[in-house]
Design a protein around this ligand. Structure first.
Ligand SMILES: [Zn+2]
Length: 448
């Protein structure tokens, strides 16, 4: 599909491919020890944390010793981000904020050196994974705003792909469907990107007024929220383009993993971030392949380093080497530990299961699921935006929900769940804020 013949992909791949696993692990551990020592000496938060736990940086002698250090939690970043500052405050040039569940945003501050390093690593990833070069014209519409839940990626993409690689970046905030189409027609970008729900929305709206195959988009960047394969496929088919998923967490790094062209797991940036997968209950380190909670340590950040930050993301490291040849390990995200909702007789559901069900139906564009309590039973109601409204689609959704054993048992065995209600509505009927829609609403007040 894409002519990669003049792109420097092979060069970068072979230079990184020559590093052995052993070398990468040694290099990572060297950087890990260095950032732990640096944080102890410069970050008031970590100096106190180490002292309170009778720890010294020299106590970290092996990878597994890292579990001696307690987690850093999002509340620590919400309550007192300044206590993490490891340089004087006037050295910061960028701050990314993410809305937290308690309302106070989590904040991450970056120095010029930090932003340069992040941009360099994103540029390196762009060349390696996607062959981004100076001939590319790129239209991203990622929002950058205060306290939004979105990753602050646009700033870094502009630096990485624009200033460093030399691609033409067409960056604005989000525009109307008509304005978006006008920009694409005028500048002919070959790469397009935003969070998955926004790309999905634009795809379904633009399809109505234009033949998307004629626009010349070759690659679409999506991510920042669960992206079921069915949804990816429908976006790819609509544009006749490859859609690849990227992943970032504002407070850790705006882009820390991305899919290669094989699209089977995201290569993790092991050079800039240290990842542990731990058992959420016991805190024990898990083997590659096992699903657990992701704990991150930033290896390059000097302004505000984070050691053992608990992201509450659940996932696993994929054990097999990727067919693309890159030695960087791949990760798979399964959900978040705080995305579990209790349902019926003491069971817990990953809310992501509704993504898999609803987005496996091609007509469904978006949806909202609500949990209510009625007559002592949990009532699940789903409103799905669908391009066609008929009993077949409605029945298909109900049938798929009833196949979830926890729900089926709750209805038929423990009688703690009522039969789900499914309603189909026209696309764009559901209320959205400017960024993305809240897909799960729990009205049960289970926690007071
Ligand atoms: Zn790969």
């Amino acid at each position: 599909m894409e002519d990669n013949s003049n792109k420097p992909k092979g060069l970068f791949k072979s230079s990184l491919g020559s590093f052995s696993r052993n070398f990468i692990d040694k290099y990572k551990f060297f950087k890990l020890k260095k950032i732990i020592r640096y944080s102890y000496n410069n970050s008031p938060f970590y100096h106190r944390l180490f002292n309170d736990n009778n720890l010294k940086p020299s106590d970290i002698k092996s990878f597994s010793d890292i579990t001696k250090i307690p987690y850093t939690n999002s509340e620590d970043l919400q309550n007192n981000p300044n206590s993490f500052f490891s340089v004087s405050e006037n050295k910061f040039v960028n701050v990314l904020t993410t809305a937290g569940s308690t309302g106070k945003p989590k904040k991450a501050y970056f120095t010029k050196e930090d932003t340069d390093k992040i941009a360099q690593s994103i540029a390196q990833g762009g060349r390696l994974l996607y062959g981004i070069n100076q001939n590319d014209v790129i239209r991203f519409t990622f929002e950058v705003g205060y306290g939004t839940e979105i990753w602050g990626t646009r700033y870094y993409f502009d630096k990485a792909y624009g200033e460093i690689i030399g691609a033409l970046m067409l960056s604005t905030g989000r525009l109307s469907v008509e304005e978006e189409l006008a920009i694409i027609k005028e500048y002919n970008p070959n790469i397009f990107g935003d969070v998955t729900s926004r790309v999905s929305y634009l795809t379904s709206e633009m399809k109505k007024i234009c033949d998307l195959h004629s626009l010349g988009i070759e690659k679409i960047f999506i991510g920042a929220e669960p992206t079921p394969n069915a949804l990816r496929k429908s976006i790819e088919n609509a544009w006749n383009a490859d859609a690849v998923i990227g992943y970032g967490i504002n407070e850790v790094g705006p882009l820390i993993a991305g899919e290669c062209e094989k699209k089977c797991g995201m290569h993790f940036n092991e050079i800039s971030y240290f990842l542990e997968v731990v058992d959420p209950d016991t805190g024990e380190l898990l083997e590659d392949g096992e699903v657990g909670e992701f704990i991150y340590t930033t290896l390059d950040r000097m302004g505000m380093p984070l050691i053992r930050y608990n992201s509450h993301d659940l996932g696993r490291i994929i054990t097999k080497n990727c067919l693309c040849g890159l030695p960087l390990k791949r990760i798979e995200i399964k959900g978040r530990t705080d995305d579990l909702v209790p349902i019926g007789a003491g069971d817990n559901l990953f809310t992501r299961i509704f993504d898999d069900i609803l987005f496996s139906i091609p007509e469904v564009v978006d949806y909202q699921v609500k949990f209510d309590r009625k007559n002592g039973m949990d009532q699940i109601s789903i409103i799905a935006e669908s391009q066609k409204i008929n009993k077949t689609i409605q029945g298909e959704i109900i049938a798929k929900i009833l196949k979830i054993s926890k729900i089926d048992n709750g209805i038929n065995v423990s009688k703690t769940i009522a039969k789900p209600i499914v309603k189909l509505v026209e696309p764009n009927s559901l209320e959205r804020d400017s960024i993305k829609m809240k897909r799960v609403i729990d009205n049960r007040g289970l926690y007071g």
